[in-house]
Design a protein around this ligand. Structure first.
Ligand SMILES: [Zn+2]
Length: 264
């Protein structure tokens, strides 16, 4: 599932292609993703001024109207006209550029709004992990909540954009067991966790994200950060720091990985 680094990589790829270009057409092939698709005709004739990211959402600034795109589990934007199975939407730009949204598992979404806060999904998001407000948000939530620290990191209302991969990697980097109750962590360790989270996310963005199953950048290239995973998807393999076998367990339906020696 694309997380902050993958969505950021997609954002940069899309922006390089469409910034300043006018949307000349929009075709919908399958009317339903996670929710019904909006009528995209109102985008026609509008210029894409910018594409921003909020958590795992892409916000296309189309001169007064915002196209909000969430990639869900398997969504991708690719250059080229549609024609493949699971192509849902095609945007046609002046000068003949086609962009197609493809989503086999259909957990993604496309929405239209005039202001981001109009959409409950965006209004509910916590701060970006790199924002100055992130520390207060994380510390406040950790004091209140009984849940495991990894679950807290993945809660989009606390910090936006982090999923299972980067929460697992950040916990390793900070030396914290992912199943530790958030409330029991000393403030010093929580501060180290935010620092580790930012470092892992920044490295993953620089590597173009992680490709586990089907994530690709807009140019079709895979990410490279999966080669740098310390714990994620490495159960039974030796820890890169101490050599102990990485543990893996399913907790609340999500796979969780940690090093029994490096993480306390
Ligand atoms: Zn270790």
């Amino acid at each position: 599932m694309p997380e902050l680094p993958e969505v950021e990589t997609v954002r940069c790829g899309l922006l390089a292609l469409v910034r300043g270009r006018t949307i000349a057409g929009a075709r919908i092939f399958a009317p339903r993703l996670r929710s019904p698709l909006p009528d995209l005709a109102s985008l026609i004739g509008r210029r894409v001024l910018d594409i921003a990211r909020r958590g795992k959402f892409l916000l296309w600034d189309c001169a007064g109207l915002i196209l909000v795109s969430h990639l869900g589990m398997s969504g991708s934007w690719r250059v080229g006209a549609s024609g493949r199975r699971h192509d849902h939407v095609e945007l046609l730009f002046a000068e003949g550029l086609h962009l197609t949204y493809h989503d086999p598992r259909r957990f993604g979404s496309l929405m239209l709004c005039r202001k981001p806060d109009e959409l409950p999904a965006l209004a509910a998001l916590g701060p970006e992990p790199f924002a100055a407000e992130a520390w207060d948000a994380l510390r406040g939530a950790a004091q209140r909540r009984r849940c495991a620290i990894k679950a807290l990191l993945m809660d989009q209302r606390v910090l936006a954009g982090i999923g299972n991969i980067y929460a697992s990697e950040a916990c390793f980097r900070a030396g914290i067991r992912p199943l530790q109750p958030a409330r029991r962590l000393a403030e010093r360790r929580l501060a180290r966790l935010l620092e580790a989270t930012r470092a892992v996310l920044a490295e993953a963005i620089a590597a173009g994200g992680s490709t586990i199953a089907d994530y690709r950048a807009v140019n079709g290239l895979s990410g490279r950060f999966q080669h740098a995973f310390a714990v994620y998807d490495r159960a039974g393999q030796p820890c890169r720091v101490c050599g102990a076998a990485i543990r893996g367990r399913i907790v609340a339906g999500r796979s969780t990985y940690w090093c029994p020696r490096c993480q306390r």
